[in-house]
Design a protein around this ligand. Structure first.
Ligand SMILES: Cc1cc2nc3c(=O)[nH]c(=O)nc-3n(C[C@H](O)[C@H](O)[C@H](O)COP(=O)(O)OP(=O)(O)OC[C@H]3O[C@@H](n4cnc5c(N)ncnc54)[C@H](O)[C@@H]3O)c2cc1C
Length: 391
């Protein structure tokens, strides 16, 4: 008998299992995958997420795997360039083969049992609610609490019929791959993460393990028909719109296949019910344009540990309060439309001041709440207007 069974053992599930086991609970985590295992996902872990890994004693393992730090970001929006460091912390972009295996090992070391290659086919119920899981091979395993950390097509969410709170239709097609030998942006002394927004396009280029650069491009989902006819051609043509990025990538060598997906839903589900919780993408998934998913999964794990082991009852409220503002921002950005009107003025105002740029980057880093940033907007606009008055 276990206290908690966790379905899924990547960022949300393995971290939840680790934290609960560290608090002395008997935990089983199961995953149909075997680790180390890649998954269809890039992997910028925002500074709030890497700070959690540091607190949990796992950041050194990422560094030992040769994961490079990204301390500065250059966000080129066409007319405006925001460039600076995160207000707190550092972004790392570890391959999922590296990150997910570190988390699974840490869960085991904490005392959780982790069963790999275990495919959950359904849930076990009693008159109180969810009471366990049933494997494909018919095995039944029981626990008073089951956590669905089983990703965006969560079986646990389906079985408990978790109500959908928000649903925005998928907006983008995304392609990415890894290149070696990509020079970093020449304007920077230090290696930058590079982000570009162009009308109908979003691009990211971040250093990752083994000296590789991960390059990602997104286009509106209704262009998928033409995009898929020549993914590399469309991706490189997109990079050619981003300063010298296209040139620098072409000068390197692509070392892995291109991966493309339109499976990019934006869905918020109720995350808590009798005998069950949802963590990570199972409970809230959003377009990767703002690279929030892994950090969110780690944050959910912490909230869940405080709830299940710490006797709190407000997981749903705290999850929604922390994630819904950035969900709105992300689905807006995933429309891939250029900033206009007041937003364009605001971005110019932000770009003028280092402190404002850091605040803005802090929203995506997960270290500045969206609400705090919004409160500083009028001041930024006044400063911008004063700048115009003296210009
Ligand atoms: C193209 C793309 C790019 C992305 N880029 C970023 C980025 O740069 N930064 C970022 O933070 N996020 C990014 N994301 C999002 C990120 O991948 C997810 O948010 C993150 O993986 C969520 O972690 P999770 O643990 O909730 O779920 P997952 O990583 O999806 O893990 C779920 C696990 O559950 C297991 N599972 C599912 N069903 C069952 C079952 N029935 N039985 C047993 N096991 C099961 C699966 O095998 C899987 O291992 C990206 C996503 C995509 C698609």
């Amino acid at each position: 008998m276990y206290d908690v069974i966790v379905v899924g053992a990547r960022p949300a599930g393995a971290a939840t299992a680790m934290l609960l086991a560290r608090r002395g609970l008997r935990v089983l985590a199961v995953d149909r995958a075997r680790f180390p295992s890649d998954t269809l996902s890039t992997h910028q872990v925002q500074p709030s997420g890497t700070e959690r890994l540091r607190r949990w004693g796992l950041l050194d393992r990422l560094l030992a795997a040769g994961t490079p730090a990204t301390e500065r970001v250059r966000f080129d929006l066409g007319g405006t360039v925001l460039q600076g460091r995160f207000p707190e912390g550092v972004l790392y972009s570890p391959r999922r083969t590296v990150l997910d295996a570190i988390l699974v090992d840490a869960a085991r070391e904490a005392g959780a049992e982790v069963r790999e290659g275990f495919h959950v086919a359904g849930l076990v119920w009693d008159d109180r609610g969810v009471a366990g899981i049933r494997g494909r091979d018919g095995t039944e395993l029981r626990a008073p609490v089951v956590v669905g950390a089983d990703g965006k097509h969560s079986l646990v969410a389906k079985e408990v019929a978790a109500p959908v709170q928000r649903n925005v239709a998928p907006r983008t097609v995304a392609s990415y791959a890894y290149w070696e030998g990509v020079e970093h942006w020449a304007g920077g002394e230090q290696r930058h993460g590079e982000l570009y927004h162009r009308p109908g396009r979003a691009v990211a280029a971040f250093p990752t393990n083994d000296g590789l650069t991960m390059v990602y491009a997104a286009a509106p989902i209704d262009e998928f028909g033409t995009w898929r006819t020549d993914v590399e051609g469309h991706l490189l043509a997109t990079l050619d719109q981003c300063g010298d990025l296209g040139e620098r990538v072409r000068a390197g060598r692509r070392v892995e296949r291109l991966r493309t997906t339109v499976d990019l839903p934006n869905v918020v589900r109720r995350a808590q019910g009798p005998g069950w919780f949802l963590a990570g993408d199972a409970g809230l998934v959003m377009d990767p344009v703002t690279a929030q998913g892994i950090g969110n999964a780690l944050a959910d794990a912490e909230l869940l540990a405080e709830t299940i082991a710490g006797g709190r009852t407000d997981y749903q409220r705290r999850r929604d309060a922390a994630r819904l503002p950035i969900f709105g921002l992300t689905t807006g950005l995933a429309a891939l439309r250029p900033a206009r009107g007041l937003n364009a003025v605001l971005l110019k105002a932000i770009a003028r001041r280092e402190a404002s740029t850091e605040q803005f980057l802090g929203v995506f880093a997960g270290t500045v709440p969206v609400r705090t940033f919004r409160r500083s907007v009028p001041r930024m606009l006044v400063q911008r207007a004063r700048g115009w008055a003296v210009a």
